[in-house]
Write a protein that binds this ligand. Sequence first.
Ligand code: EPU
Length: 302
Amino acid sequence: MRISDKPIAARLKELGVELRPGVPLSEKTSLGIGGKTDQLLLRQFDTIPEVMRLLADENIPHRFLGGGTNVLIDDGELPYVVLHLPTSQPGMRVEGNTAFVDAAADLGGMVTFCAKRDLGGMEGLIGVPGSVGGALRMNAGAYGTQIGSYVREVELYRAATGEIETLRGDDIRFDYRHTSFAPDDVMLRVKLALPSKPYKEILAGIRVCNEKRRSSQPLNQKSAGCIFKNPAGGSAGRMIDELKLKGHRVGDAMVSDRHANFFVNVANATCADMLKLIDDVRERVRSAYGVELENEVIVWKN
Ligand code: EPU
């Protein structure tokens, strides 16, 4: 969707919003898939409610894109604009055992920043790609760690009230790859309480997780991490592997030959290819095991 020639563009500029016309979202996602649209960079949190009111008044559909590492975006011209928090120099600071971090910060960057200040607990999250905001929304987890365990407060824009609010960690539900945030909540900042641990020890833990990840996941290929959630008591990756589907492809979308729950874009896969592959694999797992796999990746269909 293009709005740079509309009157709203000038108003957005006054509010400090940077408008980038016709951005290919394939460049903003780890899958390398996604059509084109105008991108709005929200440089000042306090203007977000006003920006959202403007977009609503002008009936401009919008979606919020974080790190782009867990999303599958449709092809072609997209019927909405994309909002983005700038990622250059996001705020991070530590006071005692508390870390204050902007949602736009890189998740791994935050883990290392805290580690260097002798705050640990999040070692397992080191190789999880994406932003802190995305990790909060999905309650990202790996190797026995999930981010929700450490959350004390989240500052967010709530579309339901049109205001910036602060939620206490105890009032947020963090389940397996699911939280009680509304789909249109926009994460802005988080306050985490972390256990003290010497940097050297944290580093040793980080190395172990990195090694495990390198040996089992296709880290140098374009993917969105795991495509499906694990069903209760089971493993999506193992089931897909047992069905001998590694290497199975639709166009340039392929089931990774390293980890069967990672689907990779081997060259120029489209969203349509990837969706077809997802549906095909889901169907094969359903007929072989009677299990309906649920997407872990978030799909933005036009
Ligand atoms: N397995 C296979 N074949 C495969 C892949 C896995 O047989 O191709 C088997 C493994 O041998 C193991 C079991 O399945 O016995 C589980 O595999 P793994 O340890 O790789 O963990 P996972 O359940 O597939 C989860 C998370 C990952 C996270 C890892 C490590 C989900 C959907 N996935 O994977 O998170 O990195 O544990 O903690 O919960 C993600 O969220 O995008 C993601 C990659």
